[in-house]
Design a protein around this ligand. Structure first.
Ligand code: GTP
Ligand code: SPV
Ligand code: MN
Length: 615
């Protein structure tokens, strides 16, 4: 039985919270009571993550018109949600890091002092859940009891968030039981900011024009208001597992990263390797995590597609886990030809958000099939035909699906204490300059490469798609502290790891020719690049040193079975000193924003890069 109770005039909020509480931990009970007193919901539900609970909440949402059940034969157990048209992506300009000191948030974050932000937020949260149910969602990031695992609770008035959290995290009683008096856990509060007055009808997707995504790293708290979408509402994800966790990692000697995680096995020798890759939002992490090699000799298995937590293990190597339990993946561009593993993963039990609906009750988005259906209902519920001058699915439409449905899931996903990393990749979306692949000359050089990545903006962020911006370590919107200190932390991690540190590479699948076409086939053919990377790790593949790193020597990149014209190949690896010197000037300007907090080792790297380019 699920735990619910309605506020009676005579019952206090304390009764409401405690009557059905599934913990005896006073710290939790008091915090939930405080939030309930503030937000004034009509009922409090302690979530257990069960199938019964899922069935109950999905039925209620279907009834309310907030979820559309998909055709049970085509997409069993799956639903479509359509968001408010103004609530479709993360809102970076409404995202705040509320550390005590402004310089601890740094120049790349919005900052407001904690007390000031709380004073701004409390009137908004006061009564924010009126007329709504408050859900208490306990969750574990990583296997309960694992060496790298962390626990948290999200309080939310969004049943959509609850369903997504059940997919994205290990949600339920085991997590709550792990939160013991005095233990470290993260407190997150979310409201869509749409209280219901007596008799007022609800919206299908309630939200508020006013939005706040706020983080209090010193007290391990997140308060999110006004949005129901993705990283704004699933507070385990960017808010906890990146912004708050990056600060925990700095304090405790580990790293929280915007990285995919995969396992590669050499089919002949049976030897396994693990690599992680940091690419900005909608730049191919899910694709690479589910790579289907187009060359023989390698088996790829998936561990994670968005977030990795990295911590030195007892043997001195760097170990990684995927703290999540599901994918919140970009739908457009995901199809049989680009990502067959994802397509198989999505067979059922999936929540789709802002994709199009087919006439037979299935889903569609741009790139799902080559053939475009003759008629669809678009992401906003309007009739759509191929001659429409707008996409049928929103460019940032997404699927939420349990990771365990992935046919390529590695058993390593279950590893309590993670997997040892052999290589780390940094990448972005760069039409020019950055070669297909280059190995860093040292750990310090690798950190410099990560720190200076630029990438063209995608639909995952609000703003202008295609605009080039610095996105260091793919963490620009996700680092919970001063980015320059974060670089320093990476340098220190390198010192700790010494010669056991993973090798560092930069990749770019997105380089374009003068005619605007991608020079590299990408997707499954990225296995050719990964093959060279692993052979470098093994000291087997030959490289050619350039000013910006070591690229494959002639003939070392396996191109068997594909036709890449020689001119394209030259262009993919061409390093133009003038353009790179211009980038170096921009890097100097970028570093200047951080003043003297930029580690000396990175300034040295910039000097050395200029010397190599001018040589
Ligand atoms: P978030 O979930 O937003 O953090 O992003 P992600 O990095 O997981 O995004 P995802 O993998 O879903 O990126 C999808 C986009 O990258 C789609 O537009 C794909 O077509 C494109 N993409 C992925 N791999 C390649 C590739 O090798 N070549 C090219 N040209 N595009 C690619
Ligand atoms: C991203 O934008 O990097 C995502 C999607 O992974 S969201 O969870 O909405 O941030
Ligand atoms: Mn992401």
């Amino acid at each position: 039985m699920s735990a619910t109770q309605t506020i009676e005039a005579e019952s206090t909020v304390t009764d409401l919270v405690r009557a059905n509480a599934t913990t005896a931990n006073e710290e939790v009970l008091q915090w939930v009571t405080e939030v309930a007193e503030l937000t004034k919901p009509v009922e409090v539900v302690w979530c257990d993550g069960s199938q019964d609970e899922w069935n109950r909440i999905t039925s209620e949402m279907v009834e309310a018109g907030s979820l559309i059940p998909l055709n049970k034969d085509l997409r069993p157990g799956s639903f479509l949600a359509r968001s408010h048209p103004a609530d479709v992506a993360r809102v970076e300009d409404r995202t705040f890091i509320c550390s005590e000191k402004e310089e601890d948030a740094g120049p790349t974050n919005n900052w407001v002092a904690p007390a000031e932000m709380k004073a701004e937020l409390m009137p908004l949260f006061d009564g924010a859940m009126r007329g709504r149910t408050m859900y208490v969602v306990p969750f574990s990031m990583g296997p309960v009891g694992g060496a790298i695992t962390q626990l948290g609770i999200e309080i939310t008035d969004s049943p959509y968030a609850v369903l997504n959290m059940r997919i994205m995290t290990r949600m339920g009683q085991a997590a709550l039981d792990g939160i013991t008096p005095g233990s470290e856990w993260v407190r997150t509060v979310h409201s869509v900011g749409a209280p219901l007055e007596e008799g007022q009808a609800d919206e299908a997707w309630p939200c508020n024009d006013t939005k706040y995504i706020t983080h209090f790293p010193e007290t391990l708290e997140v308060w999110s208001y006004g949005s129901g979408y993705g990283g704004n509402a699933l507070l385990s994800k960017k808010c906890f597992a990146l912004r708050i966790a990056s600060v925990m990692g700095r304090n405790e000697g580990w790293l929280a990263e915007h990285m995919l995680l995969l396992k590669l096995t050499n089919v002949d020798t049976g030897k396994a390797y693990h690599l992680s890759a940091a690419f900005p939002s909608a730049c191919g992490k899910t694709n690479l995590a589910m790579l289907q090699p187009t060359i023989p000799g390698w088996k790829v298995e998936t561990i994670g597609d968005d977030i990795a937590w990295l911590r030195p293990g007892k043997d001195g190597r760097l170990y990684a886990i995927n703290p999540e339990a599901g994918f919140f993946g970009v739908a457009p561009g995901t199809g049989e030809s680009t990502n067959p593993v994802a397509m198989e993963t999505l067979w059922g039990n999936t929540i789709f958000t802002n994709v199009a609906l087919t006439d037979d009750g299935d889903v569609w988005w741009e790139g799902k099939t080559d053939e475009v259906p003759a008629h669809l209902t678009d992401w906003q519920g309007n009739d759509w035909t191929p001659d429409a001058d707008r996409p049928a699915a929103h460019p940032n439409s997404r699927f939420t699906v349990p990771i365990q449905q992935t046919p390529s899931l590695a058993a390593d996903w279950y590893e309590q204490d993670g997997v040892p990393l052999d290589a780390i990749l940094f990448g972005g979306r760069r039409a020019t300059n950055v070669p297909l692949v280059a190995q860093s000359l040292s750990w310090e050089h690798g950190v410099f490469v990560g720190a200076t990545v630029s990438s063209e903006k995608t639909a995952a962020q609000e703003g202008t798609v295609g605009e080039l911006r610095r996105d260091p370590f793919a963490m620009l919107p996700f680092c919970g502290y001063n980015m320059a200190d974060y670089w320093g932390h990476w340098l220190e991690m390198g010192e700790t790891l010494g010669d056991k540190a993973p090798k560092v590479f930069q990749v770019n699948w997105f380089r374009k020719g003068a005619d605007g076409r991608f020079l590299w086939p990408g997707f499954g053919d990225n296995s050719r690049v990964i093959d060279w990377i692993i052979r470098r790790v093994e000291g087997e593949a030959r490289g050619r040193e350039t000013a910006i790193g070591t690229v494959p020597a002639d003939g070392e990149l396996n191109l068997e079975g594909i036709e890449v014209p020689a001119e394209d190949l030259d262009e993919l690896f061409s390093i133009d000193p003038a353009s790179w010197l211009a980038e170096a000037d921009l890097t100097e300007e970028f570093f200047a924003r951080f003043g003297d907090r930029v580690p000396v080792a990175l300034r040295d790297q910039l000097t050395q890069l200029r010397q190599r380019l001018s040589a």
